[in-house]
Ligand binder design. Structure first.
Ligand code: AMP
Length: 420
């Protein structure tokens, strides 16, 4: 071990497990690519104000969890704690919304940073794949995103997740509800910090996980009963569309989520095999966010799915992903001449798209075959001096153990045909 270790709350992705992470990212991205979402990549840090205004001054993410710092040049930056604000910032900056092609549909994949108390499923550095559909108010778009996330999880083989759905109302009905909730909260026996939170952002109190708080909240007014007609109709259409698509969901009138920018549709994907950190993904509509960060009105909707927790969910369900073998052919040269020849053959195989590896380090037959076994290769190509004198190499099928001599000039074509 070196003197250094991965920082607290982080971990390294190393083979073979790292292949699972790649597969999960790929599985989440596939339905998005297939549905008109274009790939976007933004910097790992942004002006701290973007998150303060976008995510919300009173959220835990901004007040407690942000890696904020001042640069040598005096800029106030923060490592990104989430993706939506950055993606919207980038779309506005590039004027994507003015190209006359709304909604702008984007997907992304990357690292996010929150200074949280680490535990299983909760890290300070984690990875998300996200999607945002910017600039259209259309329940079909909200439904599309929920359906695509469901499809992504199912394509991985996950079954034991649930979709929780709620509407947070809009700027017409939410203030009325907010006031009613505040009245209710002020009648409870709450500590000072929670009462302060009730003043600044009462909906967040509903999200308080402490049992003594939850107990007092059973009679709390629900936003569901305050939705204006427009929000009600909108929500009903989202529900109908996802129902028609055969995607099961549960109405959760208490779902508020930890970010301030959500309006109307909000949803979370939870997996019951994960213990307390059960949310594997979440998202919703954020019709006001663009204006909050200085842009025009651009009603939008999006989600982010956590890659780390999706991998944990797969493990919890015992799903083994079918990962492609990384190496199909392993070359074992015995002697210098064979080394030169097989090294060239390996390069040729790679050029025609066959995953091939080579026994490095001048190993003897026994050591080299051990490497060949470990590589998981279906075929091994062995060549010694006598083979070369005969103009052949030995092709060994690692599954059946069968070995045949194949002409030096035919070996690439033979492997191409065998590997299909
Ligand atoms: P959020 O932006 O908080 O809704 O997060 C979206 C998803 O990202 C969650 O459902 C988790 O799967 C994942 N996530 C959020 N925070 C963390 C964390 N600290 N560690 C691991 N995954 C996280």
């Amino acid at each position: 071990m070196s003197t250094f270790q991965a920082p607290k709350g982080t971990y390294d992705l190393i083979p073979p497990d790292s292949a699972k992470f790649l597969a999960v990212r790929e599985a989440i991205a596939a339905p998005l690519r297939n549905s008109g979402y274009g790939y976007i990549e933004t910097p790992g840090f942004e002006n701290v104000e973007l998150f303060a205004r976008g995510v919300g001054e009173s959220t835990d993410i901004v007040t407690k969890e942000m890696y904020a710092f001042e640069t040598k040049g005096g800029d106030q930056l923060a490592l990104r704690p989430e993706g939506t604000a950055s993606v919207l910032r980038a779309a506005l900056e590039a004027n994507l919304h003015k190209a006359g092609n709304l909604p702008v549909k984007l997907w992304y994949s990357g690292s996010y940073y929150r200074y949280e108390r680490p535990q299983k499923g909760r890290y300070r550095h984690f990875s998300q794949v996200g999607a945002e559909a910017i600039g259209a108010e259309d329940p079909a778009l909200d439904a599309e995103l929920i359906i695509l996330a469901d499809q992504a999880y199912r394509s991985l083989g996950l079954r034991e997740f649930r979709i929780l759905l709620n509407s947070l109302g809009d700027k017409e009905c939410r203030p009325v509800y907010r006031a009613a909730l505040q009245d209710f909260l002020h009648g409870l026996d709450l500590d000072e910090e929670t009462l302060r939170r009730a003043d600044i952002n009462p909906l967040r109190v509903l999200d308080d996980k402490r049992p003594d708080v939850q107990k007092q909240l059973t009679e709390a007014p629900l936003l569901r009963d305050y939705l204006c007609d427009a929000c009600k109709a909108y929500h009903e259409e989202v529900r109908e569309l996802i129902t028609a698509a055969g995607v099961a969901f549960e109405d959760d009138p208490r779902l508020v989520r930890g970010l301030d920018y959500y309006t109307r549709t909000t949803f979370e994907f939870v997996h019951d095999g994960l213990g307390s950190q059960s949310a594997v993904g979440g998202g919703g509509r954020y019709d006001g966010l663009s204006e909050m960060i200085g842009g025009p009105a651009l009603p939008s909707v999006g989600w982010a799915l956590g890659v780390d927790r999706t991998v944990l969910a797969l493990e919890a369900e015992g799903v083994e992903l079918e990962l492609p073998s990384t190496t199909s052919v392993f070359a074992v040269p015995l002697g210098d001449e064979a080394r030169r020849l097989l090294f060239a053959k390996v390069t040729e195989l790679r050029k025609v798209g066959i995953a091939a590896d080579f026994s490095y380090g001048h190993k003897g037959l026994k050591g080299a075959m051990k490497n060949a076994n470990r590589s998981g290769a279906r075929y091994t190509v062995v060549a010694g001096e006598r083979d070369l004198a005969d103009g052949v190499v030995q092709l060994k099928d690692m599954e059946s153990g069968d070995q045949t001599a194949v002409g030096v000039n035919e070996i690439v074509a033979e492997l191409e045909s065998r590997l299909g």
